[in-house]
Design a protein around this ligand. Structure first.
Ligand code: NDP
Length: 444
């Protein structure tokens, strides 16, 4: 039995009640087989896989808070500190009723490799609670956040563990948590990222994931002898990632012609009007029908259908499992050259395989959407320096990071004989750096 299979068996026995965690470990270790097989003796002797699949530590705690009726409510809080071989633990706080230990462990495990890929010194962690922010008043949100941080503050710190936002945790929640940390610890430090600009947040964080996606896509095209100039781009989604992806695509000379939301999609052959899209989605929080109504040549369609439009580049930026096998077939038939994921896991496994087998350059979200977490790490740097960098400075660093990520994953894929497989390349590049640090630091 190979070392990977031996460890998978152990992980399955130890974590039988955590299906999401088991799935993540299986997927990651499977894709790492070329590098693990090539170094089996060294890794096995040092129990690298046993160590990397076991969190450094995990905290579970009671979060009591009082609702608007005076009733005491109790939620469960989590923080999993998975691996800090290359830097302080870093990863978001998810507030959603579905949250449990297995889900936080799955997210924390994946975060190790994603953070490593950013080229910046950040380890992997994740946290959250089964608290549901939907329908809660601002006062209830504050009560929950303060109680959550009252316990969490014992385990985090600017050089220890730096949580960020995630589903359910936006600027409002980060603000309440930061205030409570400061109050209890008496320390003004960069303990959270995603902060407001008046108290240590970073410029470009809002644009970072969409812009970063385009910087990486541009480099991918360049390395295949193509430019962004004049290319037609199909984008899905109409949220934070999609809006800034569309904006940067236009700035780079391409034309983004589609966007979508959870009810329908738009085809605008003249190119998506970003100012109008922002007005409709960010200000009015309305449906895309309003966008189409204001643009004479734009078409609105109910349901899904973005990927049937002929394009050179496809950028799924909405949600998980939104690019299916039939969509992949349509993209290939239409001559699409590249698919880069702005969202997390938007392409199903069979669609990914089809795209790769048919010569489409496919870069998965772990690398392509890493601009968000990379800019969070730049927020940490600015906080440590007690300085705020200009928009141009952060943007230039982001661009440099995304170009480097592309070359790192391309190079890793080539070294292990899977040239052009950027999914394997991303896992390998992220893993190699963490393992090198673990080996250098001895048994810990
Ligand atoms: P937002 O909530 O801002 O936007 C999501 C968009 O996708 C919305 O327009 C939403 O529509 C649309 N959408 C949701 N479900 C569907 C669906 N089934 N079909 C079509 N459209 C749909 O999220 P973000 O832009 O921040 O995130 C998008 C993705 O990117 C997520 O997978 C996220 O995890 C990932 N990501 C985000 C990062 C960031 O920095 N923001 C960083 C890394 C990854 P509606 O307007 O109707 O709600």
């Amino acid at each position: 039995m190979s070392y990977v299979d031996e460890v998978l068996e152990i992980v399955q026995k130890k974590n039988a009640d955590q299906p999401e965690f088991l799935q993540a470990v299986t997927e990651v270790l499977d894709s790492l087989r070329p590098v693990i097989d090539a170094n089996e003796e060294l890794y096995k002797k040092n129990a690298i896989l046993e160590r990397i699949t076991e969190p450094d530590r995990q905290f579970m705690f009671r979060v009591p808070w009082v609702d608007d009726n005076g009733q005491v409510q109790v939620n469960r809080g989590f923080r999993v500190q998975f691996n800090n071989a290359i830097g302080p633990y870093k990863g978001g706080l998810r507030l959603h009723p579905s949250v449990n230990l297995g889900i936080i462990k799955f997210l924390g495990f994946e975060q190790i490799f994603k953070n490593s890929l950013t080229t910046l010194p950040i380890g992997g962690g994740k946290g959250g609670s089964d608290f549901d922010p939907k329908g809660k008043s601002d006062r209830e949100i504050m009560a929950f956040c303060q109680s959550f941080m009252t316990e969490l503050c014992k385990y985090i710190g600017a050089d220890v563990d730096v949580p960020a936002g995630d589903i359910g945790t936006g600027a409002r929640e980060i603000g309440f948590m930061f205030g409570q940390y400061k109050r209890i610890r008496g320390s003004y430090e960069g303990v959270l990222t995603g902060k407001g600009l008046t108290y240590g947040g970073s410029l470009v964080r809002t644009e970072a994931t969409g812009y970063g996606l385009l910087y990486l896509t541009q480099e991918l095209m360049k390395c295949h002898g193509e430019s962004m100039e004049g290319k037609t781009v199909c984008v899905s989604g109409a949220g934070n990632v999609a809006i800034y992806a569309i904006q940067k695509a236009h700035q780079l000379g391409a034309k983004a012609v589609t966007c979508s939301d959870s009810t329908g999609w738009v085809y605008d052959p003249d190119g998506i009007d970003v100012a109008l899209l922002k007005e409709v989605k960010e200000v009015k929080r309305a449906r895309l029908t309003e966008y189409a109504a204001a643009r004479p040549n734009a078409e609105y369609h109910e349901g899904r259908g973005v990927w049937q439009i002929k394009c050179d580049i496809a950028l799924p930026c909405a949600t998980q499992n939104e690019l299916l096998l039939d969509d992949a077939k349509q993209l290939v038939a239409n001559g699409c050259k590249a698919v880069c994921e702005g969202a997390n896991m938007p392409t199903t496994l069979d669609a990914t395989k089809y795209l790769q087998e048919n010569g489409v350059w496919f870069v998965g979200g772990k690398a392509a959407n890493a601009g968000g977490v990379a800019t969070s790490a730049l927020e940490m740097s600015q906080n440590s320096e007690r300085l705020s960098w200009s928009f141009e400075e952060v943007d230039a660093k982001l661009q440099n990071i995304m170009v480097t990520i592309y070359h790192n994953i391309d190079d890793a894929a080539k070294r292990y004989g899977v040239e052009g497989d950027y999914v394997a390349g991303a896992n390998i590049a992220g893993f190699e750096k963490v393992v090198e640090a673990m080996l250098a630091q001895g048994v810990c």
